[in-house]
Ligand binder design. Structure first.
Ligand code: FMN
Length: 194
């Protein structure tokens, strides 16, 4: 099996991180991998905001907890939002799992391929991270809450333009767990027409 396929098949989400920061040279490679993803019409309108400041990460965590507290849910609400709302009531809740780096990926809200472009960039980050021996996890809370008033102020402070939505974020660092298991895949629904 070639190295690229091996990397794809061994990537997994990590939800427990060591404090150690990743080297700047790795960060540079991750961003370079991200921007080599395809974009609709070669738009490249994405923005990558790398947050490594503990204070800023804590502030975002506080605001995520605030947003969850204000979120009204019912039985039709997306399950992760319902479970997140309960989890966020705990003082120990941390939406980025204490990872030392969080890359927030945002794009122009008026651009119809905003989410698609950012998603392919994020997958490149996840795969590049795996190939470098780094742990990672896709993080969605800032996507849900980026337009909440206080969260938006914090994002503006981070340099994210008002007309940009958060399409996703990636937690990055070194795994603090030795049992990040591979999640089994369901049998895919594939229909080959020959
Ligand atoms: C759009 C999207 C949103 C996700 N949001 C979160 C999240 O907020 N927190 C989290 O821990 N994992 C999140 N994940 C990771 C999934 O839970 C994970 O990919 C899935 O359980 C399969 O596990 P694996 O990544 O280890 O293969 C997200 C993944 C995607 C693609």
């Amino acid at each position: 099996m070639n190295e690229t396929i091996k990397t794809i098949l061994t990537r997994r989400s990590t939800r427990s991180y060591k404090e150690d920061q990743l080297p700047d040279s790795d960060l540079e490679l991750l961003i370079n991998a991200a921007i080599h993803a395809p974009t609709g019409g070669n738009s490249q309108s994405w923005k990558f905001t790398v947050v490594q400041s503990k204070e800023k990460l804590w502030e975002l965590n506080r605001l995520v907890r605030e947003s969850f507290a204000n979120l009204i849910v019912d039985e039709n609400t997306y399950r992760s939002k319902r479970t997140g709302k309960i989890a966020a009531q705990q003082e120990a809740y941390n939406f980025y799992y204490h990872a030392p780096t969080l890359i927030i990926v945002s794009n122009d809200r008026a651009y119809s391929n905003a989410m698609a472009d950012c998603s392919v960039a994020m997958e490149n980050i996840l795969l590049a991270a795996t190939s470098l021996g780094l742990a990672s996890c896709w993080i969605n809370q800032l996507t849900w809450f980026c337009d909440d008033v206080n969260m938006r102020k914090a994002l503006t402070d981070c340099g994210i333009p008002e007309n940009y939505i958060v399409c996703g974020a990636v937690a990055l660092g070194y795994s603090a767990s030795n049992n990040d298991s591979l999640v089994p895949r369901k049998k895919p629904d594939v229909n080959i027409i020959r």
